[in-house]
Design a protein around this ligand. Sequence first.
Ligand code: NAD
Length: 476
Amino acid sequence: MYPELRLFIGGQWRKTADDLAVVNPATEEELGRLPCAARSDLDDALDAAANGFRTWSRTAPRDRANVIRHAAALMRARQEEIAQAITLEHGKPLPQARLEVIRGAEFFEWDAGEVMRTYGRVIPAPKGHKFSVHHQPIGVVAAFSPWNFPMSQPARKISGALASGCSIILKAAEETPAGAILIARAFEDAGLPPGVLNLVFGVPSDISGYLIPQDPVRLVAFTGSTAVGRHLTGLAAQNDTRVLMELGGHAPVIVCEDTDVEAAAVAGAIRKVRNAGQVCTSPTRFFVHDSVFDAFAEAFVTRIKATVVGNGMEPGVEMGPTANDRRVSALAAFIEDARKKGAIVETGGAKYGTQGYFFQPTVLTNVHETALIMREEPFGPVAVLNPVSSLEHAIAQSNSVRYGLAGYAFTNRADYIDRLVDEVEVGNLSINTLEASMPETPFGGVKSSGSGREGGIEGLENYMTVKNVWHSAGIA
Ligand code: NAD
C-alpha cells in the first residue's frame, strides 16, 4: 500500500546513503525510509533540470498538454493506490484522500487547457514596424511543498511549471513524500522527458539554502508558513530570482444576524475539523453578531463534540491526527495562552488518546484580543468564537491580523455583501460557503499571506516571462 521512497533525478529513481523515517501519524509506526539528497544529488538535479528545460521549453504546447493530460488520467486511474498512501502518511480520512487525488488531477487538467491560451498580443505600430508581446517559460523552478495535502500541494507546483514549459526541482515534504512520488511515477509512465521533473528530499533548510542561489533557478515557488516564506524570499532576492509564495492564513468567518444560524454553525464546525484544521484556509476566527451568538455557539459546540476522531483508514472517521507531535504541543501552547488571558474552553483543549498525534476538536469563547491565537494561525482543529456588535466591528476584527488569505461570511444582505467585498483584506472571499477555491479560480493571499496566484487564468503567469519584440522591416 505504501510505495518505495526514492529521489527522482534526470528520469532515474535514486537511493542515497542518508535517510529519514516516515511515520504514520495515527499509529507512530514507521512506514518507510526516505533518502536524503546530498550536495552531489542536488548538483545532478540542477544539471538535469537545465537540460530538461532546453527540451521541454521547445516542446509544442499541445504536446506538453497531452503528456500532462495523460499523467492526470493515470492519477485518476490510480486514485485508490494514491489515496491509501496519503492516508497512511498524513492521517486524513480515506474519503478525503480520494477527493484530494481527484483535485490534484484537476489542477493538471486545468493547466493543460490553459497552456493553449497563454496568448501574446500585437500592439499597433508605425508602418514598417511590428510590436509584439510573447509569453515564455521562465526557466528552472525550485519548488517546496508542504505536508498538509501530500498530493494536491505538489500537483499545484508541478502543474504550473510543466504546463508553462518550465522544468522543476521539487522538494516535497519529508513527512509526506508518497504523494509527490506517485505523481512523478505517473509522469514517468506518461512519457515526460527525463530531467523535466525532479524530486528531492532532505533537510529543508539545507536544500533550499543550496538550490535557491544557483544560477539556473529562475523561480522559487513555496507553500508553507509565513516565516519560512520570508526566509526563502530573502534567499531569492540575493539573486534577483522571482518568487511565488503561498503562505499562512488565519481565516475570519463573519456571521451576520440575518443568516440561518444553525446551518452556518454546522457548516463551520464540519469545515473546521477538515484535515484536522491543517489548512491555510481553515475557518478559525468566528465573529458572530451579538444577537445570534448564543444560538450559534450552542450549535457549533454540539457539532464539534460529535466529530468522529480516529485512524483515517477506518470507515466513518471525520478527523484524523495532526501531522506530528510538534503540532500537538503547538496547539496545547495556543490554548494555554488563551486560557491564561481569560478564554473559556467550551470543548476539547488537549491531546486526544495515547497513540498517534491526535488533538481534540476544540472551541474557545471569550478570547481576548491579546491572546496569541488571535494573531497567529493555530493550524489545527481549534476554533475561536467571539461576539461582535456590528458588521463594521466584524470587518475591523477580520482585518486586524497580518494574514489575508481566505475570509468567509454568512449573510444574504446585499448591502453587507458589497461592504465585505470592498473591505475584507483577503485574496479569497467566500459568502455562504466555506469552500475557498477551485482549479479555475485564482488562489493566493494579500499582506503576509503571500504573493502570486495559483490556478485560474492567472496561475501560469508566475511561471512565464513577458518578452516585448520590436521588429523593424528595414534597419532603422
Ligand atoms: P514549518 O514552517 O517548519 O514548515 C512548513 C513547511 O515548510 C514544511 O513543509 C517544511 O518542510 C518547509 N520548510 C521549513 N523550513 C524550510 C526551509 N528553510 N526551506 C524550505 N522549506 C522549508 O512548520 P511546520 O511545523 O512543518 O508546519 C506548521 C506551520 O507551517 C503552520 O503553522 C503553518 O503556518 C505552516 N504551513 C502552511 C501550509 C499552507 O498550506 N500554507 C502548509 C503546511 C504548513
